[in-house]
Design a protein around this ligand. Structure first.
Ligand SMILES: Nc1ccn([C@@H]2O[C@H](COP(=O)(O)OP(=O)(O)OP(=O)(O)O)[C@@H](O)[C@H]2O)c(=O)n1
Ligand SMILES: C[C@](O)(CO)[C@H](O)COP(=O)(O)O
Length: 395
């Protein structure tokens, strides 16, 4: 995980949009454009600070938007300037977390994916400057007077945002540009002028900047596809599966599904070794493409020694919810020769439903023996499996 700060630019006039007002306030699919963009950063755990650059005259209208369309994170509003570059400098001057890479992003690009944000963040943890860009697909002609020259398309990239930098580097680049009166159309160009390398992270053709009225139609089409589950980022459904095993040992409590079950042995592990809740957490993490519980709660970390797996699962569920998903349903199997699970199934079901903030009808818990076969049959350990279906809350 590479944390970052985001500066979101919304202080332009949107003249080319011909809407008679700043395009950031235009409604797209029942939400203002700027809210679409801010939500992406609001929902990304890696984003630790958001600075929103607005037009001084639109500040109170913008503040009203945060009441009408709640955003969880604190947003620091600063007044922008006449040109994009002036607005970026105002944003940079308001950043607190100067130790983090800073992402500079157009408020008018509402479709950048979390995967790309993370790729960019990881690139900036190695390189000082990086931007999203896509290979040019048209043939590009340069016109000088009446003469045309065709440029070599293979070396041409169309720059997008976010563009990401170490804070000191981009601050210096902007300060120098200001001193020398140089204006660039993006931030990477100012770093290029310092003769510093800027890395390209291949962006997406969907990460469009809404510039002209035609772009609004593209945006509606994109959101329509997203609603129909055709866009990879936030599909309508996501599925995950989990499997876990813990050894049975003497002198340990036998905690399964958050319930302590009376038995001569208990499950061995770094945490409370709740095999069922671990399995559920793994299934949920799998569904949102976030690895497994070993990645989030390493068994070498002292803070997770004897940890309550209910708390770990709640943390995982928060990640699921932050990504915009709720539970479709979950089906789990505990594989144990002993203890007898039947008397506890209903209690476990209630506990799991509460941990996943859902009603009981969406949670199924069952148990089986292995007819005395294998390690579970010999009562050496207990295994658990789970399949989870997540549903996009917006759809
Ligand atoms: N003085 C400015 C100019 C632009 N921007 C922001 O920079 C982003 C990219 O700029 P662009 O698409 O050109 O937006 P506008 O300047 O608003 O559009 P136009 O050039 O058509 O007036 C936008 O999110 C815009 O709000 C800004 O914060 N301050
Ligand atoms: C920064 C940018 O979005 C990269 O493509 C673009 O340069 C902004 O330019 P604009 O002139 O403000 O549209």
């Amino acid at each position: 995980m590479t944390n970052y700060t985001a500066i979101i630019l919304a202080a332009g006039q949107g003249k080319r949009m011909l809407a008679g007002r700043n395009k950031q306030f235009l409604m797209i699919d029942q939400k203002p454009l700027i809210i679409h963009t801010l939500s992406i950063f609001d929902l990304d755990d890696w984003c630790k600070e958001i600075v929103l650059v607005t037009n001084e005259k639109e500040r109170s209208e913008m503040e009203q938007l945060f009441i009408d369309y709640p955003i969880k994170k604190d947003i620091r509003l600063v007044d922008g300037g006449a040109e994009r570059q002036d607005s970026v400098f105002a944003g940079l001057s308001a950043v607190h977390r100067v130790e983090l890479p800073v992402f500079i992003h157009d408020g008018a690009r509402p479709f950048v994916s979390r995967e790309l944000l993370h790729e960019l963040a990881e690139t900036t943890s190695e390189k000082e400057a990086a931007l999203l860009a896509v290979p040019v697909t048209d043939t590009i002609k340069q016109r000088t007077g009446e003469r045309l020259t065709t440029l070599d398309r293979n070396s041409l990239w169309a720059a997008q945002t976010p563009q990401s930098f170490s804070f000191p580097l981009i601050y210096e680049a902007h300060q120098q540009a200001k001193t020398r009166g140089y204006y660039g159309t993006d931030d990477a160009s100012l770093v290029e002028r310092l003769n510093k390398e800027v890395a390209i992270v291949k962006g997406s053709y969907e990460n469009i900047k809404l510039t002209t009225p035609e772009d609004l139609h593209k945006a509606e089409a994109y959101l329509n596809n997203q609603r129909n589950g055709k866009v990879d980022d936030f599909p309508m459904f996501r599925i995950g599966q989990g499997y876990d095993v813990h050894q049975l040992a003497e002198g340990r409590p036998c905690i399964i599904g958050g319930i302590e079950i009376p038995y001569e042995k208990g499950l061995l592990g770094h945490s409370d070794a709740d095999v069922l809740l671990h399995t559920i957490a793994d299934a949920c993490l799998g569904a949102i493409g976030e690895g497994d519980i070993g990645k989030h709660f390493p068994d070498t970390a002292p803070e997770f020694k004897d940890a309550d797996s209910g708390e770990l699962l709640q943390h995982v569920w928060q990640l699921v919810s932050d990504r915009g998903y709720s539970l479709g349903n979950i089906d789990c199997t505990v594989i144990a020769q002993a203890p007898k699970m039947a008397p506890y199934i209903e209690q476990i079901r209630e506990n799991v439903s509460s941990l996943l903030s859902t009603e009981k009808s969406r949670v199924n818990i069952k148990a089986t023996t292995t007819e005395k076969l294998g390690f579970t049959g010999r009562k050496e350990g207990i295994a658990a499996q789970a399949v989870v279906l997540l549903q996009n809350k917006q759809q």
